[in-house]
Design a protein around this ligand. Structure first.
Ligand SMILES: *[C@@H]1O[C@H](CO)[C@@H](O)[C@H](O)[C@H]1NC(C)=O
Ligand SMILES: *[C@@H]1O[C@H](CO)[C@@H](O)[C@H](O)[C@H]1NC(C)=O
Ligand SMILES: *[C@@H]1O[C@H](CO)[C@@H](O)[C@H](O)[C@H]1NC(C)=O
Ligand SMILES: *[C@@H]1O[C@H](CO)[C@@H](O)[C@H](O)[C@H]1NC(C)=O
Ligand SMILES: *[C@@H]1O[C@H](CO)[C@@H](O)[C@H](O)[C@H]1NC(C)=O
Ligand SMILES: *[C@@H]1O[C@H](CO)[C@@H](O)[C@H](O)[C@H]1NC(C)=O
Ligand SMILES: [Zn+2]
Length: 522
């Protein structure tokens, strides 16, 4: 009897806990009218974007953002960028693919054209792996980073991937194959992506380069316990040490530079640093949940980057990539992908707080989505990584999150003899910890890994001309909107609206004074 009372009490308190989720009429009215007030107060910022920060959550589709929001604060919580005043959608298809890769999409976002799958910094006249075609000067596309440098502004990037990987590479490299990251993979006469970063313009003038990828930059990078080399990514063989080359170049040019290899060195970079190069691992940076103290977080790197870039009074263009969102999704590990999404969300919060929305355009988007879905009818307030059900078909619960495609670990069906007939049986998810970082949610189709999704991605914007993101756009429109807002590239000489406004104001003022003069004379 005593035990039973405890259970009743427990049930009572659990139920009470759930009641914290308000659903009364006043609550919904308050939410709705607050949102309307914010919408009515939203003004267009027609100033010039002196600074631009472009966040790319790699593989961060709309469902990933929804799941991250629910996991962090519940269904009605708002992530840092979900409070931004303007939102649009981007169509992510590439020149040749309905479902794109990260190289072609980064070229669209920052180069203003749709390119072929797995090519970067070159237009669609360059077929995948066609070295000769990629060397034609007219095939190359100049990125927002190059435009920023031409305008006398600073530029650079932060990534949790190798610094030569698909998303940052089109800022500084022109390559018909994203995997030509170092000499070992690159056929002559093409130049590998790492050398283009360190030796060629615009890469050699980048003020900030922060990420992983030492194995493409120096010969024979040592594989350490905390820092393995990646067998399937490029490892430098030609004896060049591009990290030393970078430092020599800055020294010869008498620039104030700093090379760092761990969190402590990054945080203690001298305040007068104009050129900051940080390489924190042989391959990609570790996932946030496995990160050791020597490896900086995306928040640490974003903070260091903004400090360096802010030294230029003319402004800057910064790209920040949350690349491990994509890596985790490829492995079908939703919990890890959402954790990485929330790490980048913190970096956006920090960037917003370190800058002035009057002169800084912050754009948060993704290059492509993944096939992750939010299924069934879980209760409001349920754990997004939990289960729902049971299914009437097999009597088993199923995870709220599932994938369309996945690797062998997400194959949760197996053939079993049931009463003499061969049947396909689904694994009972209650046997596994579905909330773990390593758990692979079920996928409908088994491949070598989870593949990208082809749905639209969201784009959130705050700052000057953020309202240019206002409906469903082509992905490469982002390049034109940013160029216009920051008066870069083809819009470098476009007069600002403020000037246009003051010209109009002057005309009105002089007409008024002429009228006054006329009245006085009369
Ligand atoms: C690329 O160009 C070089 C030099 O013009 C030529 O020798 C080579 O055959 C070309 N390669 C291909 C695959 O067309
Ligand atoms: C790299 O390793 C290879 C094979 O172990 C060796 O032949 C070569 O000399 C090494 N290169 C450098 C620059 O250490
Ligand atoms: C190098 O830069 C420092 C600081 O900007 C300056 O004082 C010095 O004269 C420069 N040296 C040369 C050789 O240009
Ligand atoms: C800025 O920082 C404050 C205090 O840490 C925080 O409450 C706020 O949410 C941040 N702003 C954004 C847009 O994230
Ligand atoms: C199945 O999911 C329901 C919620 O939909 C939950 O109440 C129940 O405990 C779950 N069963 C198992 C075995 O996990
Ligand atoms: C197997 O067959 C027996 C007898 O027909 C039946 O009672 C039982 O429910 C069946 N088991 C399953 C798993 O279908
Ligand atoms: Zn990917």
């Amino acid at each position: 009897m005593h035990d039973r009372r405890v259970v009743v009490l427990l049930v009572f308190f659990v139920t009470l806990g759930q009641c914290v989720l308000r659903k009364d009429r006043a609550y919904w009215e308050e939410l709705g009218t607050n949102e309307l007030d914010i919408a009515l107060r939203t003004k267009y910022n027609l100033g010039v974007a002196k600074n631009v920060i472009l966040f790319i959550g790699d593989g961060m589709g709309p469902n990933t953002i929804t799941a991250a929001r629910i996991h962090k604060g519940g269904e009605s919580y708002k992530l840092s960028y979900e409070t931004f005043p303007h939102v649009g959608l981007l169509k992510t298809y590439s020149a040749d693919k309905m479902v794109p890769d990260s190289a072609s999409t980064a070229t669209a976002l920052m180069g203003g054209i749709k390119a072929n799958d797995k090519t970067l910094g070159v237009d669609a006249s360059v077929p995948h792996r066609d070295c000769n075609a990629s060397l034609r000067p007219e095939a190359k596309v100049e990125s927002l980073a190059a435009h920023a440098l031409r305008a006398g502004r600073s530029t650079g990037f932060v990534t949790t991937m190798r610094v030569t990987h698909a998303t940052p590479a089109p800022m500084y490299a022109y390559s018909p194959e994203r995997n030509w990251e170092c000499d070992a993979a690159t056929p002559a006469p093409c130049k590998d992506i790492a050398r283009q970063l360190v030796e060629d313009w615009p890469g050699r003038d980048f003020n900030v380069i922060l990420g992983g990828g030492r194995q493409s930059l120096i010969p024979n990078a040592t594989s350490l316990e905390n820092d393995p080399t990646s067998a399937w990514a490029c490892s430098r063989q030609d004896g060049r040490n591009l990290i030393e080359q970078w430092q020599t170049d800055k020294g010869v040019r008498n620039l104030s530079y700093c090379f760092v290899e761990n969190t402590n060195e990054l945080k203690n970079a001298p305040a007068n640093t104009d050129y900051l190069f940080g390489v924190f691992s042989n391959a990609h940076l570790p996932y946030e949940f496995q990160r050791h103290a020597e490896s900086p977080s995306i928040v640490d790197m974003t903070e260091a980057a903004i400090k360096v870039l802010q030294r230029n009074e003319k402004g800057y263009f910064l790209m920040v990539e949350g690349g491990n969102i994509d890596m985790a999704h490829h492995r079908g590990r939703a919990r890890t992908a959402i954790d990485e999404t929330l790490a980048m969300e913190e970096a956006v919060r920090l960037a917003y707080n370190m800058t002035d929305p009057e002169d800084t355009l912050i754009v948060v988007t993704s290059d492509h989505m993944h096939s992750m879905t939010i299924n069934g009818h879980p209760e409001r307030g349920d754990n997004i990584f939990g289960t729902v059900g049971p299914s009437r078909y097999d009597g088993l619960n199923y995870t709220t999150i599932a994938y369309g495609t996945g690797g062998p670990g997400s194959r949760q069906f197996e053939a079993q003899m049931v009463n003499g007939t061969n049947e396909v049986v689904r694994r009972d998810p209650s046997q596994d910890d579905t909330t773990s970082f390593m758990y692979e949610q079920i996928a409908a189709i088994t491949l070598e890994e989870n593949k990208h999704g082809g749905g639209d991605v969201a784009v959130y914007a705050s700052g000057p001309y953020a309202h240019l993101f206002h409906n469903i756009h082509e992905q490469h429109y982002t390049y034109y909107a940013i160029s216009y807002a920051a008066r870069l590239g083809r819009y470098a000489d476009r007069p600002t609206e403020n000037n246009a406004f003051s010209i109009q104001a002057n005309i009105i003022l002089s007409s008024v004074s002429m009228l006054l003069v006329a009245l006085t004379v009369l």
